[in-house]
Design a protein around this ligand. Sequence first.
Ligand code: AVI
Length: 320
Amino acid sequence: FCSINDVISPVVESSALHAARADLLHGLLQPQARISPKYLYDARGCELFEQITRLPEYYPTRTEAAILADAGPAMAQVLQGCEVLIELGAGNCEKVRALCRSLRPRHFVGVDIAGDFLSQAVCRLADEFPGLDARAVQADITGPLQLPPDLPRNGRLVFYPGSSIGNFDPADALAMLRRMHELLGPDGGLLIGIDLPKPLQWLEPAYDDAQGVTARFNLNVLSHVNRLLGSDFGEDDWAHHAFFNSGHSRIEMHLRARRPLTVAWPGGGRHFAESETIHTENSYKYPLSQFQATLAEAGFGVCQVWTDERQWFAMVHAHA
Ligand code: AVI
């Protein structure tokens, strides 16, 4: 069944809004202004991200899907015994379908910050897999996670696809992996997707596509911020800017002021010089050995890795 009414919100809405405002103000007032990438995902942002995943330049989604399809039988062998599938950042629950088909888990918990979008996706999954106990948990996965208390602890597999771990700075990624480890019993595991380093000619267009969908995705964060903060950012005043920072092995997304401008919000504001930027996202491209070392630091054991022919993307399985 699908427990659409069972969406768990960890905080009452008003305190969540208060925390979001404080977080946004803190970021906007730094010398290098920043907006956390989690604000990219309002309803419109989720739609735009779905469009990104279908762009010819955006290789991660289809490369990962191909690995999941090709290595499906081998993965099913390694992951057998998994009865409880927990997907973090589940979104439209598209990627977990293949695993549900091969593993036939009894329980599925999708966790995502976008509650309505998630609930609908979980309902569709429940329709497709009769007998699956499918639940939606609305939560910010960057914080402590409360799973339904009656969820069995044995046989858990945390599924974190899409290389979303790459959107966290290394220290935060380590902290997240540690929290994932805490969700698992001794027989649990993690199946995680990571995007590997590759030549610039493929990397940069994936974050600056010809149709301008990624630009719209990046600019849309300003409308979301306006709604949360009561600010007066104008999308036309800003330009999308994405580049690979090789020193940090990450794509950086910024919004660059097209002219000198002042943005106001209740109780304050900030002046931006022409070309000054707001940093909106990092997307780290981890060498495999470095990521495996991070997993070990987070408490995970022996890993199995599946990758594509070009070694652009990897699915890593780690034991608790
Ligand atoms: C969700 N995340 C893994 C995407 C990425 O590739 O870092 C977000 C994204 N940003 C721009 N395009 C896609």
